[in-house]
Design a protein around this ligand. Sequence first.
Ligand code: G6P
Length: 365
Amino acid sequence: ASVELGPYQHFMQKEIFEQPTAIANTIGNVEKIDFDIFGATHADWSEINQVLILACGTSYYSACVAKYWIEALAGVSTQVEIASEYRYRVSVPNPKALVVVVSQSGETADTLAALRHAKSLGHEKTLAICNVASSAMMRETMWKFQTNAGTEIGVASTKAFTTQLVGLYFLALTLAKLGKSPTPIHEKEHIDRLRHLPAALNAVLALEPQVIAWAQQFAKYHNALFLGRGMHYPIALEGALKLKEISYIHAEAYPAGELKHGPLALVDETMPVVTVAPNDDLLEKLKSNMQEVAARGGQLYVFADVDANIQASAGIHVIRMPENYGNLSPILHVVPLQLLAYHTALALGTDVDKPRNLAKSVTVE
Ligand code: G6P
């Protein structure tokens, strides 16, 4: 294993650091947005009036980010559902909907069953966003997008997640071609931002020493809260999932506006509050949410954009993200959360690549 790991201690760490390459490989040579990115044509998709995304685990959180992107960029109504819920409930089929399954393995039993269930209800427009070309989901969908993350070995998904986000961003830009976008799309700018992602990610990965210092403190906590707003709420969810999966620290995520409706009751000096703070339209609201935490003695750990103007002070720890990345910011903001979970687990001595009770791919119900 040491040959395969190179300078890294675990596959998870290696895979976190492979993300710039995995993303570059997933973007490939796409230079303009077209339906053929998914093997489709304009005619195939012209009637689409809704998107339904089905997934489990970390893949479900990438789908949740995509909902924000697709509605904001393409103006197409989007629903995201946990596959194991969708497959067993009575739902209203819409034959004009595009049903999307998102999966690293393409073999997750619940997601595959949800796809088959959707087809049995008359859904014919199906798309897989998947990391394994030969998988069942890639065979059983009409259209496909392969994420080129390469083999992912760590049970806690990292590079599969960020490459799914790239595929889903392509989907949002492609659906924008259906002419329902709320604001005009400047395609070239989006492509340029995508192409600059590997470099931007490398700058984020260079924050590792600062995250390690935080992880030393996190190893002493038993609970953690994660806050985000808008398209960074799913990133907060993913950060909490990563921490609980591999360090076994109980973690929950909330959209920051919900703080006052419950979780604020938990906040004291033993409850760290990790905050994803991009400089977006919700920043001022997020800052007032942070004040509510600080006023109750909570310890804030803030990943702030460089231009967010958030200063460290008593009870407020800040790591500055090198670049404000607009719509694609979730792809950058998730990376320090992956590193925080990894280094906290490392400090606690848990089995990072094979956490107890969990499997890489859940192929039985
Ligand atoms: C398992 C893995 C997770 C993964 C989930 C969905 O729970 O431990 O890392 O996110 O399955 O897997 P999929 O292959 O469908 O993305």
